[in-house]
Design a protein around this ligand. Sequence first.
Ligand code: ATP
Length: 364
Amino acid sequence: MASVTLENVSRMYGAVTAVDNVNLKIKSGEFVTLLGPSGCGKTTTLRMVAGLEKNTGGRIAIGDNVVSDSEKGYFVPSERRRLGMVFQSYAIWPHMTVFDNVAYPLRIRRRPDKEINDRVMNALRLVEMEQYAERPSPALSGGQQQRVAIARALVFEPEVLLLDEPLSNLDARLRTQMGDDFRALQQRLKITALYVTHDQAEAMALSDRVVVMHGGKILQVGAPEEIYRRPENRQVAAFFGTPNLLNATVKDCRPNGGQYFKLSVEGQGWSGDCHAATEMPKGADVTVMVRPENLHVRDAGQVNGDLSWSGEVSQAIFRGSHRSIMVKTPAQTLHVEASSLSNVDIGRPVTVAAPVEAAWAVRN
Ligand SMILES: Nc1ncnc2c1ncn2[C@@H]1O[C@H](COP(=O)(O)OP(=O)(O)OP(=O)(O)O)[C@@H](O)[C@H]1O
């Protein structure tokens, strides 16, 4: 398996900059996901690595081989890049059996029958579909068709696998299961994978690292937990779920002994401690992020946390797996995700609290 390197990669369409100076190194065997809202440049980035689109700036390398260098006018076509690709529309041919679908890329390259048979059966075994080899493709479920598409992408033992929203045609339950299965397969085979999705939960569950994109640029690259818990700015924070974002001012900042700084902050009618990645001057305006699942509702006055707010319950919604509780405070309404067993009356005065590890501050 090979690494993938993008150096100052850009793509212009006339005056539109679809991808703007992207730098990224995907290590051999790593699973990296490009995540971002519609139009942020994910697909264009993937298609440039695939060789289906030419970069108008920068260089792309697969392993030690440069495959595209816009300054030198050098471009290796897609079919010579040793890539496997899986797209949203599986592109399974309905008039062929499962075996023939997977064999197709080998047949057009006129490989010997014995090699075709061995490689196809091996690829089908990897996705646990060998017993369906002779089945006509239309007689498969969506999840099975997707596995055939993955087998076909693997049949050439590609150096890198590129996947563009491959699970988005599946229903929610199958999507999670296929995602988990695919992650297990990727780890077992140590495939280098570049994956595109706009689904945050999918990106977090599958990836070694997530690349958050916006407007053609990379906003942040990091392990899923790092990006979720320690976003670099308000935009990345707001991209995952529905965090509480509170305006505050820094009163004090000191090293925390570890990697982070501990801040004392003050907002409208509240104060407390939180963590930050960088040192912040006294008086600096910050946004403090606290995720709904890390907030706890207590009886009024019962302070049990490093940060707390006084307020009144304005709404409580049963959602099956949890209960969404809205608490109106002088600063703003806080969203708390509590156990579905918990129950609170509307209008009741409460204290909302969070531990210091759950509160993360970024500069405004
Ligand atoms: N062939 C094209 N001609 C002109 N503009 C294009 C072309 N392809 C893409 N774009 C523009 O480039 C930008 C990035 O598109 P891209 O498809 O990479 O986004 P995306 O993040 O993959 O979005 P989605 O999730 O909707 O697929 C968009 O503004 C899009 O309109």
